[in-house]
Write a new protein. Structure first.
Length: 415
């Protein structure tokens, strides 16, 4: 057991001190800090309001347009321009104004406009002005037709559509939206972590084999001890990184709780998510990692060169990708038969059963059954992986085929 802890601690500290780990952690923390201060950053780079000159040939469109634009956005100011159109164009080219709008009335008495700017690639300002002019046009047309404005407002108002779940245990629409957001974040975290740390394990094993260090290691500790020490060591490394990121993110959110209420934080369910969702997230995260980490260590032991690692673990990455894509589909249809059935398949269960738990009220026996199947599969893979690892670490030469699994098992029996 002493050898196990020595290998585990060596794996953990060696990876913890690598530049790639430190840089990726720092970049992640910078990203978290940027997200928590996104409002301040946007205000810093937004600069002054865009001043847009307006020539109103009709003499009656500028005031209602200015009022409607001010009510819809605070990022632009409309300024009445008294000069000729050519003078306005020159002022725009000299960057005195962001753009020039020429307003007029058609023969039918409806508003029309021409927008002049040095560059018309910026669609935001144009879109706002066009929408407000459209509303003015609708108002003018309905007034000419003798239709009451309140009637038009009633026609264009959204239909009342209430969603009521008859099952008392079903989640409300608001709860589903919050669950969908947090599940989305957790799925991405699980997807990235499994691929990142699984690949790290496979590369680590291949690197030790290519430097012939493996021969020394297995002479002092059994291959099985070595495999599980490496898996758990990198698992602790991953938990350290994720824990740092979540800890810093949580601290920033709590310190800015009053500023960050509503909006995207409500959508992602950060404010009102049940604690059980986070518990299930941790459980399925660890089980998913152990499943794919065991598989990655087994596959990594079959190659002797780091160049062959990506090709060897490609089937494992495809499994993770398939699970992720099914989960993306399941976010919109979590109770579909396809998602329900695949949530019991071990390779997909960490993502899909967590998705169902987060978004649906499913019986506890379904969760227990999925976890039981997943644990049994992990134990089976651990037993098979230990045999393959035991023989695979002694295999040298070019190897990039899954057919070498049989050869590795045969070699392990000779030990």
């Amino acid at each position: 057991m002493n050898k196990f802890w020595i290998i585990l601690s060596h794996t953990y500290m060696t990876k913890f001190k690598t530049k790639s780990f430190l840089i990726s952690t720092i970049i992640s923390l910078v990203f978290i800090v940027a997200i928590s201060n996104i409002q301040t950053i946007m205000e810093t780079f937004s600069g002054d309001k865009a001043e847009i000159a307006v020539i109103d040939e009709s003499g009656e469109l500028f005031t209602p347009l200015e009022e409607s634009v001010e009510g819809s956005t605070d990022e632009m100011d409309l300024i009445a321009f008294d000069g000729a159109e050519e003078d306005g164009k020159n002022a725009v080219q000299e960057e005195e104004y962001a753009a020039l709008i020429s307003l007029a009335l058609t023969d039918e008495g409806l508003p029309e406009a021409t927008y002049f700017a040095n560059n018309i690639a910026e669609a935001g300002e144009q879109s706002v002005i066009q929408q407000q002019l459209q509303q003015l046009k609708v108002a003018a047309a309905t007034q000419q037709a003798g239709v009451d404005q309140e009637t038009i407002t009633e026609i264009y108002s959204p239909v009342t559509f209430n969603k009521v779940a008859l099952d008392d245990s079903a989640k409300t629409a608001e709860e589903l939206n919050q669950a969908r957001g947090i599940v989305y974040v957790m799925l991405f975290l699980l997807y990235i972590s499994v691929i990142t740390y699984g690949t790290m394990i496979a590369n680590d094993v291949a690197t030790e084999k290519s430097s012939r260090v493996m021969e020394i290691l297995i002479s002092s500790a059994s291959p099985v001890t070595h495999m599980f020490a490496k898996i758990i060591g990198i698992a602790l490394l991953g938990l350290t990184q994720v824990g740092i990121i979540i800890g810093v993110g949580y601290s920033l959110i709590m310190s800015k709780q009053n500023e960050l209420t509503g909006g995207v934080f409500d959508y992602f369910g950060i404010q009102n998510t049940s604690a059980s969702v986070y518990i299930y997230a941790i459980v399925f995260f660890l089980l998913g990692y152990l499943l794919y980490a065991t598989l990655a260590a087994m596959l990594g032991s079959l190659v002797s060169r780091t160049e062959d690692v990506q090709q060897m673990i490609m089937p494992m990455i495809f499994l993770v990708m398939i699970a992720f894509f099914i989960a993306m589909f399941g976010l919109e249809a979590p109770d579909s038969s396809f998602v329900t059935v695949t949530s019991y398949i071990p390779f997909f269960a960490p993502m899909l059963m967590f998705l169902r738990v987060g978004m649906l009220d499913i019986p506890i026996w379904e969760v227990a059954l999925s976890i039981g199947i997943l644990v049994a599969t992990i134990l089976l893979f651990a037993a098979i992986g230990a045999r393959v690892y035991k023989g695979g670490v002694l295999m040298y030469g070019r190897s990039s085929s899954l057919k070498d699994v049989k050869k590795a098992i045969a070699l392990s029996k000779k030990e």
